[in-house]
Write a protein that binds this ligand. Structure first.
Ligand code: AMP
Length: 328
């Protein structure tokens, strides 16, 4: 068991972040026994969860200075999440509390290798959907070297307007990532127009094939990547789970990497590990192939582990897997 926790110190200049993520947060309660239906599970582990929070943790593990913009309930789980963010190396200065709404909980079922249903408890409304544009530190959002937002942040107001305000403040400068993150159970209206608006303001789009289809209407990976570029981004990354990753850049670079073969324990969290590692590679200025291979390996590592946030790999772990896989 790796005892390292990781991440740079959680203090310092608000304008000096490598990565700021924005959106969902919650406590994950995952059964400690795999292959067991939720109705029969009786021991659970408690983890920091929520995709943008996990992406920030993943990048912190790789040595990046990260922060998350989100909201929790004014309750014990909210306190736990802030403490856990800091412990995992993520700055929590932009995590605020919403009175009267409980911190969301997420349960899952773990049926390896490819079935991991999620059960979100975000009622009556998740505090992270109460992020207001007025509370954003737009100067800091603008100054971050990478900004990361998700589709779920567009699902309801006031979070939608806040997310778009952050994107507009970025004005497509530097790297602005739209994680297509399609969670249909969290939407009450049609997403297409909101996705199109955000795509026009982002420079990178990341999603699996289903998410690409929601964003563009097509799911075939090459067609989806081309459609994402046509919608406005410079780099389209199509995650294909156990089939690897396709990345296409507007400059014509195409990278199509096979998966790193692993024995899957829990596929949840792989996408967030991938996301944090993608940010790391983009920040490092690596070429697209190295960046995608590194992210692909980080995702595969987390797929072999039960947890998500606490399972994010350190650089040496990713390099070791790349070395074994004959990576770049
Ligand atoms: P996902 O969000 O499930 O598509 O996973 C994100 C990324 O993690 C994928 O694009 C792969 O790079 C990696 N990954 C996920 N699942 C697996 C798996 N079963 N085997 C190898 N790599 C995986």
């Amino acid at each position: 068991m790796d005892e390292r926790v990781g991440g740079p110190a959680v203090t310092g200049d608000r304008l000096g972040f490598d990565l700021i993520t924005m959106g969902r947060i919650g406590a994950d309660l995952y059964p400690l026994t795999t292959g067991v239906p939720l109705a029969e599970a009786d021991t659970f582990g408690r983890f920091l969860g929520g995709s943008p929070a996990n992406v920030a943790v993943a990048a912190a593990r790789l040595g990046r200075r990260t922060a998350v913009v989100t909201r929790t309930g004014a309750d014990p789980f909210g306190g736990y999440l802030r403490t856990e963010l800091r412990r995992l190396g993520v700055d929590d200065r932009w995590v605020s509390e919403v009175r009267g709404l409980p911190t969301p909980l997420t349960f899952c079922e773990i049926f390896p290798p490819d079935r991991f249903p999620l059960y979100f408890y975000r009622v009556p409304k998740a505090p992270d959907l109460e992020i207001e544009a007025e509370e954003l530190d737009l100067e800091a959002v603008r100054a971050a070297r990478v900004f990361w937002m998700t589709g779920t942040g567009l699902s309801e107001e006031p979070s939608r307007s806040a997310t778009l305000a952050a994107l507009e403040a970025r004005a497509r400068a530097r790297t602005t990532v739209f994680d297509l993150d399609w969670r249909p159970m969290l939407w009450r209206e049609k997403p297409e127009a909101h996705y199109a608006r955000a795509l026009a303001l982002a420079t990178v789009a990341v999603g699996n094939q289903e998410e690409c289809e929601i964003a563009t209407g097509v799911s075939e990976p090459y067609a989806a990547a081309r459609a994402l570029l046509a919608a406005g981004v410079e780099l389209a990354v199509v995650k294909r789970g156990p089939d690897g990753v396709l990345a296409v850049h507007r400059d014509g670079t195409v990278v199509d990497v096979p998966p790193v073969p692993v024995e899957v324990v829990n596929g949840l969290g792989a996408g967030d590990a991938f996301g944090g590692a993608l940010c790391h590679g983009l920040l490092a200025g690596w070429d697209l192939e190295r960046t995608v291979r590194f992210a692909n390996a980080a995702g595969a590592i987390v797929a072999t582990r039960l947890a998500c946030s606490t399972a994010m790999p350190f650089p040496d772990e990713v390099e070791e897997v790349l070395g074994r896989a004959g990576g770049v």
